[in-house]
Design a protein around this ligand. Structure first.
Ligand code: CAA
Length: 388
C-alpha cells in the first residue's frame, strides 16, 4: 500500500491548489451572493486541462489518471464548490460516457471540444416525477426512420442553462422498464431544446440547475450512445464514476470549512485564552480532521479501483455516502466553532454548510448509496467473500 503521490499527481495537486487559493477562494463568496456562473474560472479550468482530465490526449483531454481527477476536484471545490460541480459534471457525466460508449465519430465531434472546454456538457436523467427511481422515467425517444423523436421534461440539470451538449437518457421502448432505455448525445447547437425553470437553490449558487424541455425533437440515430436498450447501464455506470467526483467535492468543502474553523479557533479569545485551547473545541477539531482523512482514503481507494479497471460501484457509493455526510457534519461543527459569526455572511462557514448539503442528494441520495452498498455486500456474501 502506497499513499505517496506520483510526481504527476503532486503537480496536479499543486496546480489546482494554487488556482483555488489565488483565484477561486477570493471570489467564491461573491459568486454565491450574485448567483452568477463562474465563467472566467471555467475558462481557466479549460486552460489547465481540468475539463477532460481523464480523457486521453488524442481525444483532447489531459490524459491523467482517476486519482489526479479526484485530487483536483478536492482542491477546486475547496476554493469554490460551484466551480467544483461544473467541472465534475463535464468530466464524469459527459466526457466519461462519450469516451466509454461513444464511437470515434462521436468522440471527435463532441468529446474533443468538451474535454478542451470549447463546449460544456450536462447530463439529463432525472425528471419531475423520477429521481431515485431512475428507470421510472417518462421521457420517450421513439425511432422514426433515421431519427429518434424525443418528448418529455428533465429536471435538476446542473449546467442546464450554459451547456450545449447534453447526454440524455430516455425510453426508446416505453413498454420495457430499464431494458427499454437508451442514451443519446443531444447537440443544442444542431437540435435546440428548451431550457425551463432555473431553480433558486440553497447552495452551489454559481451553478444553474434547470429543467430541460423536449417537444418532438428529432435527433439523428447517429447520436445514440451505445446500443439501443443499453441506456440504463450507460447511466448507472456513468454515475459510478460521477460519485467519486461528488465525494471529492464534498471533501474539498469540508476541508475548507475545517481549515477556516481551525484558524478561527486560534484567533478567537474567550475566558482569557484562544477557544482552540478548550477541550470542547479540540474534540470537534479532532473529529473533523479524522473524518476528513477517512473520506479521502475511501475516495482514493475508489479512484484506484476505477483506474485499475476493477469493479468500483460499491466503493464509489461508499465514498460518496461517507464523504457527503461527513461534509455536512464537519460544516455544521465549523459553523458552531464560529458561534454567532458562523451564522452570518461575514464568514464563509454558513456558505460551506449550504454548499455541502447538496452532496447528500445529487448523483444519488445517501439512501440510494446505502441501497447500492447493501445490494453489493449481499452479493459478495452470497458469493462466499471471506472479508467485505
Ligand atoms: N453499472 C452497470 N449496470 C448497472 C449498474 C451499474 N452501476 N447498476 C445497475 N445496473 C444494471 C443491473 O445490472 C440491471 O441490469 P440487468 O437487468 O441486465 O441485470 C439493471 O441495471 C437494472 O438494475 P436494478 O434492478 O438494480 O435497477 P433499479 O431500478 O432497482 O435501480 C438504483 C437501481 C441503484 C436505485 C438506480 O435507479 C439509481 O442509482 N438511482 C439513483 C439515480 C441517481 O443517482 N440520479 C442522480 C441523477 S444525476 C444528477 O444528480 C444530475 C446532476 O446534474 C448532478
Amino acid at each position: 500500500m502506497d499513499f505517496q503521490l506520483s510526481e504527476e499527481q503532486q503537480m496536479v495537486l499543486d496546480t489546482a491548489r494554487d488556482f483555488a487559493r489565488n483565484e477561486l477562494l477570493p471570489t467564491a463568496a461573491a459568486t454565491d451572493k450574485s448567483g452568477t456562473f463562474p465563467k472566467a474560472a471555467i475558462a481557466k479550468l479549460a486552460e489547465l486541462g481540468f475539463l477532460g482530465m481523464a480523457v486521453p490526449d488524442r481525444w483532447g483531454g489531459a490524459g491523467l489518471d482517476v486519482l489526479s481527477y479526484a485530487i483536483a476536484m478536492e482542491e477546486i471545490s475547496a476554493g469554490c464548490a460551484s466551480t467544483g460541480v461544473i467541472m465534475s459534471v463535464n468530466n464524469s457525466l459527459v466526457c466519461d460516457p462519450i469516451l466509454r460508449y461513444g464511437d470515434d465519430a462521436q468522440r471527435k465531434k463532441w468529446l474533443v471540444p468538451l474535454a478542451q472546454g470549447r463546449r460544456l456538457g450536462c447530463f439529463a436523467l432525472s425528471e419531475p416525477g423520477s429521481g431515485s427511481d431512475a428507470a421510472g422515467m417518462r421521457m420517450t425517444a421513439i425511432r422514426d426512420g433515421d431519427d429518434y423523436v424525443i418528448n418529455g421534461t428533465k429536471n435538476w440539470i446542473t449546467n442546464g442553462r450554459e451547456a450545449d451538449v447534453c447526454v440524455l437518457i430516455a425510453h426508446s421502448d416505453p413498454s420495457e422498464r430499464h431494458k427499454g432505455i437508451s442514451a443519446f448525445v443531444v447537440d443544442a447547437l444542431e437540435t435546440p431544446y428548451g431550457v425551463g425553470k432555473v431553480e433558486d437553490k440553497l447552495g452551489i449558487k454559481g451553478t444553474s440547475t434547470t429543467s430541460l424541455v423536449f417537444e418532438d425533437l428529432r435527433v439523428p440515430v447517429a447520436n445514440r450512445l451505445g446500443a439501443e436498450g443499453d441506456g440504463f447501464k450507460v447511466a448507472m455506470s456513468t454515475l459510478d464514476g460521477g460519485r467519486i467526483g461528488i465525494a471529492a467535492q464534498a471533501l474539498g468543502i469540508a476541508r475548507q470549512a475545517f481549515e477556516e474553523a481551525l484558524q478561527y479557533s486560534r484567533e478567537r479569545v474567550a475566558f482569557g485564552k484562544a477557544i482552540g485551547d478548550f477541550g470542547a473545541i479540540q474534540e470537534m477539531l479532532a473529529d473533523m480532521a479524522t473524518e476528513i482523512d477517512a473520506a479521502r482514503l475511501l475516495i482514493w481507494r475508489a479512484a484506484a479501483a476505477k483506474e485499475a479497471g476493477e469493479s468500483y460501484s460499491k466503493l464509489s457509493a461508499m465514498a460518496k455516502l461517507y464523504a457527503s455526510e461527513m461534509s455536512a457534519r464537519v460544516c455544521h461543527k465549523g459553523l458552531q466553532i464560529h458561534g454567532g459569526y458562523g451564522y452570518v455572511k461575514e464568514y464563509n462557514a454558513e456558505r460551506h454548510m449550504r454548499d455541502a448539503r447538496i452532496t447528500e442528494i445529487y448523483e444519488g441520495t445517501s439512501e440510494i448509496q446505502r441501497l447500492v452498498v447493501a445490494r453489493a455486500v449481499q452479493i459478495e456474501i452470497a458469493r462466499g467473500a471471506d472479508r467485505l
